[in-house]
Write a protein that binds this ligand. Structure first.
Ligand code: NI
Length: 401
């Protein structure tokens, strides 16, 4: 009961921050920065955290910012993470605070995530005496290019951390709701690149050439059998060739073809076998057509697998804070999220926070859409929820020591 009362108070205090969180989010929205270029955003974040009196570390894993709040009571460390980067998209929302940077837009709501985590830091700082341990705030750069989490880990951001939590807004879920899921939530992301060398020549004399276009065509078709013939239909896999370039003229057999693609899976076991599988299909199909294949398989993101105990903790906290009627089961998605990398190192959980309109949210513009927007009432909700997750988890972990 006492816990519930304290959390309800956190919700009220979060609500009182709404205007300032909206202002921060709009300021960031006006000035979106691409991955690996988040200097201005990082400076704003560092300034706000310094104002709260927290020790701040900058340039962690690129432009990442880390702050630490030591509670009034001893205990372990729990991390909360937000991402800060924007996308190369031309904004079409027409909002008064729309992007002032042509071709760059916060179309994934990382501006909202950053504002929420700043809000959580403010809420927890005001209650530091009650905290049974330390909360580390990770403001991560370069999520969209799958580089930021790895960089932060390399720079020691997880050292001494027991568990990590994070959220992503979801415009097709009404603000005020959360969506959780045990186990895999988001897919792995790997990139493939393929260069096929043949022998160019006259389009009318194919017998004196080695045609990489025919070889490439066969490979694109053969790759589909990796999913359909080699993997259980109960294990989802996507192999998409997104670009195929070869030749300039209609009557010339080109020397070379270049292909790139993306590979998604929903289980670490399946992901682990994809490189061998695709490489075999590519090189042997190429050989059948007398081409030489140079195949590169680049692992970008693991499957995002939350830890059961941590999911349970998020669900229980969300139910106390927002009511069980506002929690739904998340649908799995093959979209990637580099929070997955943290979860390969330490336990934690990732969940969706509704950021859509209260009515007909499922019709809202999705993530990465030029007209994407968030319902800003989700900002205080996210701030309070993140704060409550960290505070109550420290209590539970400390209680176990
Ligand atoms: Ni995102």
């Amino acid at each position: 009961m006492i816990q519930t009362e304290r959390e309800q108070e956190l919700l009220t205090a979060g609500k009182a921050l709404e205007a300032s969180l909206v202002a921060v989010r709009r300021e960031l929205h006006r000035h979106p920065e691409l991955s690996l270029k988040e200097a201005r955003t990082a400076a704003l974040v560092a300034e706000r955290l310094t104002e709260l009196g927290l020790p701040v570390q900058t340039n962690v894993g690129g432009y990442g910012v880390v702050a630490e709040l030591a509670g009034g009571r001893p205990g372990p460390t729990v991390a909360l993470r937000a991402d800060m980067d924007a996308l190369p998209i031309e904004e079409e929302t027409g909002l008064p605070f729309a992007s002032e940077h042509p071709g760059v837009m916060h179309a994934c709501g990382h501006d909202a995530h950053t504002a929420m985590l700043l809000g959580a830091a403010e809420l927890l700082t005001a209650r530091r005496d009650e905290l049974a341990g330390t909360v580390r705030f990770l403001f991560q750069a370069a999520e969209e290019v799958n580089a930021g989490a790895k960089g932060m880990i390399a720079d020691g951001a997880l050292e001494g951390v027991s568990e990590i939590y994070g959220l992503h807004n979801l415009p097709t879920l009404a603000a005020g709701k959360v969506a959780t899921r045990y186990g895999s939530l988001m897919g792995s992301v790997d990139r493939i690149e393929l260069t096929l060398e043949g022998k160019g020549g006259h389009g009318a004399i194919p017998d004196q050439s080695i045609d990489p276009v025919v070889s490439a065509s066969a490979i694109v078709m053969a790759l589909q059998t990796a999913a359909s013939r080699e993997i259980s239909p109960f294990d989802p896999v996507v192999v998409t060739i997104g670009s195929l370039r070869a030749g300039e003229a209609n009557n010339v057999i080109p020397h070379r073809a270049e292909l790139t693609g993306t590979v998604r899976t929903f289980s670490p076991r399946v992901q682990a076998g994809m490189k061998e599988r695709l490489e075999r299909i590519v090189t042997e199909t190429a050989a059948a057509y007398r081409c030489h294949a140079d195949f590169r398989y680049i692992e970008q993101n693991p499957v995002l697998v939350s830890h059961d105990l941590c999911v349970q903790h998020v669900e229980e906290t969300a139910d106390r804070l927002l009511g069980a009627e506002n929690r739904v089961e998340a649908a799995p998605t093959m979209a990637g999220e580099d929070f997955a990398v943290y979860l390969t190192q330490i336990p934690g959980a990732f969940f969706w926070l509704g950021s859509g309109p209260e009515e007909n949210a499922e019709q809202a513009y999705g993530l990465h859409h030029p007209k994407f927007d968030v319902n800003e009432t989700c900002l205080p909700t996210g701030a309070s929820l993140l704060a409550a997750i960290a505070a109550s988890r420290l209590e539970a972990l400390g209680g176990r020591n």
